[in-house]
Design a protein around this ligand. Structure first.
Ligand SMILES: [Zn+2]
Ligand SMILES: [Zn+2]
Length: 319
């Protein structure tokens, strides 16, 4: 176990980032089989979680519960887009080892599996975008499969460590990846505790444990899931193409608002190595703005800028 740990000096030094596009040569994944089996053990808990949103008809709402729901959506979406996607999948900025783990914890709280699983699948998505080798292409496999079905396929359960050797060398990340429900369960417990405490000590707020659990976890996490999944499905279907990528990715202002910048998906497929997904001033990219703030405090470093080809490229389709 010790032999593959990183050098101890990396515990304080800024971690090395590889070149802009991380591509590891691994065997091509098989195409989706006809009538592929659904792993109900995986999909049922997710459906149950989403069904618990219906408890809102029993718990009602309160301003504090809705505020917690929105705040947790925004913070955890930042964990997904800034860390799971722009850091772990693409290494578009640098962090120290402690901040790397904090980012992994934040992403993990979204209940979208561990950082190595997420990054490994996403790197494969960029290699095989919109071909039948792409696990979640709506063009190759249909909308429903690209949005939610692929997660229930047994073929996609295991973390393919060959895709993420630069991340798998950290034992704390491997631990979090194996135990990806620890953070979500701690969050759920904290929300139930918060709701109970507020009911006891601040009854005028009109909340309780169940209401806080439903709004803070069930509704917030369900919205978070569909927001993230919309980039796999809708961002390859709706919007405008600006760059002539080989895939069918598109730019969508609406999806960019929902996902803190991920909706500029055609931009991203054109230049996956830059930390920015909104290339022009009006392409709102809240995750990038958040990372700029973290950089001001020295928590993240060396945000990879737009390459010149993304600023003024003759191959641009329009605009
Ligand atoms: Zn894509
Ligand atoms: Zn990406």
């Amino acid at each position: 176990m010790q032999s593959d740990e990183p050098d101890t000096h990396t515990t304080t030094a800024t971690l090395e980032a590889p070149e802009i596009e991380v591509v590891h040569e691994v065997p091509r994944p098989p195409a989706r089989g006809v009538g592929e089996r659904i792993a109900w053990g995986r999909i049922v808990p997710m459906l149950v979680l989403q069904a618990t949103c219906g408890l809102v008809f029993f718990t009602g709402w309160s301003p504090v519960a809705v505020i917690v729901c929105v705040a947790l959506y925004l913070v955890r979406m930042f964990g997904i887009t800034a860390f799971y996607h722009r850091y772990f999948s693409h290494r578009t900025f640098r962090v120290g080892r402690v901040m790397q783990f904090v980012g992994a914890l934040l992403g993990s709280s979204a209940t979208q599996r561990g950082p190595l699983w997420w990054a490994a699948h996403h790197r494969k998505h960029h290699r095989f975008s919109d071909t039948d080798m792409d696990a979640h292409s709506p063009h190759a496999h249909g909308f429903l499969w690209s949005h939610i079905g692929w997660i229930a396929s047994p073929r996609h359960h295991k973390t393919d460590l060959a895709q993420v050797p630069d991340l798998a060398c950290y034992p704390e990340l491997r631990w979090l990846d194996r135990n990806d429900l620890v953070v979500p369960l701690l969050l759920l417990g904290a929300l139930l505790g918060l709701g109970a405490a507020l009911e006891a000590w601040a009854p005028s707020l009109g909340t309780d444990a169940l209401q806080m659990g439903v709004w803070g976890y069930s509704i917030s996490t369900t919205l978070l899931f569909h927001g993230t999944a919309s980039i796999n499905s809708l961002a390859h279907l709706m919007g405008k193409r600006v760059w002539p990528t080989k895939d069918k990715s598109k730019n969508s202002f609406l999806l960019a608002l929902i996902t803190l910048g991920e909706g500029w998906h055609n931009n991203h497929h054109w230049c996956p190595g830059t930390v920015r997904q909104g290339f022009r001033w009006w392409e709102i990219d809240c995750a990038y703005y958040g990372l700029r703030v973290l950089a001001l405090f020295g928590l993240v470093h060396e945000l990879r800028p737009l390459p010149a080809r993304a600023r003024n490229d003759a191959r641009r389709i329009r605009g």
